[in-house]
Design a protein around this ligand. Sequence first.
Ligand code: PBG
Length: 312
Amino acid sequence: MVAETVLRPADFIAPLFVVDGQAAPEEINSMPGVFRLSIRDLVKECRALRKVGVLAVALFPKLGSQLKDDEGTHALSEDTLVLRAVRAVKKALPELTVITDVALDPYTSHGHDGVLTPARDDVENDRSVALLAQMAVLQARAGVDLVAPSDMMDGRVGAIRRALDAAGFSGTGIMAYSAKFNSAYYGPFREAVGSAQAAGTRLLSKATYQLNPANRREALTEVLLDDAEGADILMVKPAGLYLDIIRDVREVTRKPVAAYQISGEYAQIHAAARLGWLDLDRCRHESILAIKRAGADLILTYFAKPMAVALR
Ligand code: PBG
């Protein structure tokens, strides 16, 4: 009766990994219970999520290395894996909200979210933004409800908004990864989508474009820019280590705030539970409750399905 924060299945957005081919679901090593799915199995999983009350999914493709190059060229072809996946899911479940990532990391051999400068010492912001805007239009054409720029280039939300409007997709929304920190906790995700290799040699540091974990005011600066550029939902990522940022964002915008409980947050709860050191169900619930209490309206979490099932 006096609980101030209540979780419901509609709070969750389920991130899902998709691969080409017909292979059986393949579990990701560091993410127990999370699988790379063929398009057919992806549609099945979406149906199961919808049944337990989850209203939205975020799709991430894992591509073979033969489709990757320095420029992320394949990202702009009309028939990429993720576009086919979107069409299949929207056809089977038109009412499910489908979200796709706008970033080049699944497509670049170096694993960065944009293309590199000639000196290869940083991403080239504006050239990356132009590619990302084209990518967003392709995703809108395939039928996504929200595009989600996770790349952290400067000015990309405005550029994507203009490109979508110019192509006739004024109804396609933008969920912006606005305060995305340069976190060590993305490791399991990079394993899942195969972006971690960094061409085998270079260290994959996204520190020049993702936020410094030390910076709270800078995070708000990024959020306010995305808000002004026309983002429809503003996201903080990671979630559990950045509850102060979630609260700050909740207080500076009237738009919905999303938070992404990322792969490393998921992995550490599972790892401790496997050792018998923590109770999986209770830690799962408490970690997500804290994110909502901090001010998140929507929570991207790999626990979406088990949480939704537990709440029924
Ligand atoms: C990259 C992207 C990342 C995640 C979502 N999109 C990782 C990164 O920035 O390298 C991380 C999600 C997670 O760790 O669960 N565009």
